[in-house]
Design a protein around this ligand. Structure first.
Ligand SMILES: Nc1ncnc2c1ncn2[C@@H]1O[C@H](COP(=O)(O)OP(=O)(O)OP(=O)(O)O)[C@@H](O)[C@H]1O
Length: 345
């Protein structure tokens, strides 16, 4: 799970736990043509892949970057499918020692894709081993221990690393430079999310009315993972409390139960924003003070609530602390401080 997602139980958290990943697997598009949105990256990838297929060679190593839940894992699987090859999956945190990576690398078949999720979290020795493997298709395996230890160089068959990262900026330059292509995934617009939802509903075998799809899409924070999760919650509501139909009423009622508002804010987001506007007069206020006011750890406020609030233009970060924007007051149905002053001046 990406490190910024510390609260997987939030219905709007952008990360996923293992149970959810299993549910997601069934909804993954399998080919590039089924992958909704991300027109630029899709276009670029199509070129890279078709050129490699035409030459009968493994393509350059490919890096995918962007926030959690936008489709990096999905694209890695699609890349392997388009190349007609298999994919081996591992991640930075799963590789404890360089030897773990050497074992994976030396078992790769010709043309295989190695998907390295959260590549920015690889330990240094493993990273160095990866440089050599990516550049020279070679891995040095140390046999024995102490003074009698011997490094044996193994030649690897050509393969393609697909790296995924939520923090491209954290990748050391030598590692970044070994990728021949970097695709940046962007947040999806509501119409793209609506298409994701319609496709997912079809796969789940439920009928989703257009108005309900639009409603869910608008509250999904630009993220297909969240859209699919909200769809499953709406389906639950329709089954248990409704008449089974996924219509606008069901969508609104379910999202109210899960306290996801019209912008996709949940209870924590609103608590942070409410404290900022009402208790601190719109700020500026320090992160720690703000976190204490809502009974959360500063890290949770900073990594879970804040990025979306800033992206939505509801909160600003200044050198003196966090500030609420006029849009925040408007969203919470509060009078802006300026409007208040005009009343009493
Ligand atoms: N473009 C898309 N079209 C349709 N479904 C998508 C698309 N992108 C993502 N999804 C769906 O969203 C879910 C999450 O996608 P995925 O696991 O690929 O995200 P991720 O970027 O790898 O996230 P993480 O960084 O947390 O691993 C999956 O169920 C996937 O099917």
């Amino acid at each position: 799970m990406p490190d910024e997602d510390v609260a997987p139980e939030r219905v709007v958290a952008s990360g996923a736990d293992d149970v959810e990943r299993a549910a997601e697997a069934a909804l993954r598009p399998r080919r590039l043509a089924e992958f909704v949105g991300q027109r630029v990256v899709r276009d670029q990838l199509e070129l890279v892949l078709h050129a490699a297929i035409g030459r009968g060679r493994a393509p350059d190593h490919l890096l995918l970057s962007g926030p959690p839940g936008l489709g990096k894992t999905t694209l890695a699987m699609i890349i392997a499918a388009e190349l007609g090859t298999s994919v081996r999956v591992t991640s930075g945190p799963a590789i404890q020692h360089a030897g773990d990576l050497a074992a994976v690398l030396s078992s790769l078949e010709e043309g295989e894709v190695l998907f390295l999720d959260e590549i920015h979290r690889l330990a240094r020795p493993a990273e160095e081993l990866l440089y050599v493997a990516m550049e020279d298709f070679r891995v040095d395996v140390v046999v024995g221990k102490g003074p009698g230890a011997n490094a044996i160089g193994l030649t690897l068959p050509p393969f393609t690393v697909v790296g995924a990262t939520t923090r491209a900026g954290l990748l050391p330059a030598p590692l970044r430079d070994r990728f021949g292509f970097t695709g940046h995934l962007e947040f999806y617009d509501p119409d793209e999310l609506r298409q994701v939802l319609v496709r997912s509903a079809g796969l789940l075998g439920v009928e989703l009315e257009v108005a309900a799809a639009v409603e869910i899409a608008g509250r999904s924070r630009g993220t297909p993972r969240i859209a699919n999760r909200l769809l499953r919650r709406v389906r639950d509501w329709a089954q248990v409390r409704g008449d089974g139909r996924l219509d606008l009423d069901a969508a609104r009622a379910a999202l109210e139960v899960y306290e996801v508002d019209v912008l996709g804010l949940d209870r924590l987001d609103r608590a942070v924003l409410g404290a900022l506007c009402e208790r601190f007069g719109g700020g500026p206020v320090g992160l720690t003070t703000l976190a204490v006011a809502v009974g959360e750890e500063p890290e949770t406020v900073e990594t879970v609530a804040e990025p979306f609030l800033v992206r939505e233009g509801l909160m600003g970060r200044t050198p003196r602390g966090r500030v609420a924007t006029p849009r925040a007051y408007e969203h919470l149905g509060l009078a802006t401080p300026d409007a208040g002053q005009t009343l009493f001046d």
